[in-house]
Ligand binder design. Sequence first.
Ligand SMILES: C[S@@+](CC[C@H](N)C(=O)[O-])C[C@H]1O[C@@H](n2cnc3c(N)ncnc32)[C@H](O)[C@@H]1O
Length: 538
Amino acid sequence: MAGENGSCTVLLQLSENDPFFDKKKQILQARGFGIREQLNLQYSSSCPDSVAANLEKLLQVARIIHLDEVELYFNDFDGSRPVEFCSTRNEVEALNSILSLINHTSLKDQALRDAIKDGITRQCGEKSLVESRVGRNYEGLTKEYQLVEWGVSNGVKTSLEIALIEGAGRGAIAKKDLGIGDIALEIPVSLIISEELVRQSDMFKILESIEGISVETMMLLWSMKERHDCNSKFRVYLDTLPKEFNTGLSFGVDAMMALDDTTLFEEIMQAKEHLRVQYEELVPALCNNNPDTFPSEHYTWENFLWACELWYSNSMKIMFADGKLRTCLIPIAGFLNHSLYPHITHYGKVDCATNTLKFPLLRPCLAGEQCCLSYGNLSSSHLITFYGFSPLGDNPYDVIPIDIDVGEADCSNDSPWTTHMVRGTWFSKNHGIFHYGLPTPLLDYLRKARDHMPTTTATTKEDMELEIEVLEDLISTFNSMMDNLGDTNSDYSEDYGSWDVKLSVEFKDGQKRIISSILSSCDDGIKLLQTHLQKCTS
Ligand SMILES: C[S@@+](CC[C@H](N)C(=O)[O-])C[C@H]1O[C@@H](n2cnc3c(N)ncnc32)[C@H](O)[C@@H]1O
């Protein structure tokens, strides 16, 4: 909305559908903001102070609105202190949301826009280096080029080209410098593989009569047959799909043994068991009763697993013009790899005006740089199980869920957290007394179990002694977790050549690194408390 003297108002709003609505509302209110915050922006006329003031005001609210579960759990938002930088993801999302709001106003404040864009570029500048190890090789990508040509002749617009990326198979790199807001890729809805195709196929009549079958399972069964159909409309796309996917669901015995006593072992076992049961209950009977539509040679367990891996690792959830969310395969977009510092995160909604799916950039991507998506805020264990890789860099979503037994004690408190978790304490900014780099909801839960809630202002001798007990309990829990993970992975060193054992060993090393950071933080915390205790007593 435009105002006098080039000023304007923008509206920042916390959605009522936000899964953390109450928590975020509380954080906003503690800082004097409402869930609908209308902010008046003065035209800054390039005055740096005024630009910074406008931006800070907007960022305060936008950061809170864009917090995710892990950020809410691991950051302290106590008191009325302004919310500072929480994570690169949060900062880039917040800045982009502000830019998009301002772009919808008539505010002619280029200085403010430039400051936002600079902020985004600064956030991601050093992070891009993590990705810069990518090697490029343009040979042997004939099928991929044919797919892009087919796409372009059917309405795809792209500023990306397909290349081989070291350690990640194929990926997409920018053909030219792309800026914030540029559309890297645009795919017409007619090229998206969605449930419409199974509905139009002859197998639909049979499948819809099966009680409780989901459209996702129907799509999976459709893709198992379509893969072998020479006349498929999507032949050029199907020809680019790997023969093997190499996700956690295909881990061999050695890799599973290397994972013993990790959460990933459980995750893979459960996922595979679930799929096996689903296959046995559904597929053999389907083939026996309808051999023409479901030829048994296409519907083996191996082919079923291949289709599951295809859909888990390559599908995207898309909101169509009718407002329905559908799980889809998207030719060409399926070449985009995942990054912890993605260029693209908002790609899930069909643009009704063009009937296309657009992939706009949140941050710049220079010519020749790999352009990455976010597959979601996923832990390495999820990424290994369903995608078959562990991302480069420190993953803030690598959390270890913990189930701490505090006996009979009543730990119910006002905390919105019913489950607890830890992650590498190197992510924490607060290693001081009462924090120790550990998550406050977990510490509070353990304190509550001891009927102890210290305040940061009163640090009595009893407070300190109970804090030491809490940290000692954590040390005992994490020491046994560390012991269970074993000493060394040298047993597997000869097997490092195999992709799955390598992933297992890397995962286990990552878990040990997290646990060891927690143990050191607890040790440091105890030392800190003992020093304070000595001061108290003397
Ligand atoms: C949607 S596909 C992306 C294209 C894929 N690289 C290919 O060659 O077909 C997802 C798969 O790409 C690989 N991938 C994606 N992001 C990756 C990353 N950051 N590091 C390593 N592999 C990655 C994994 O194999 C994953 O299952």
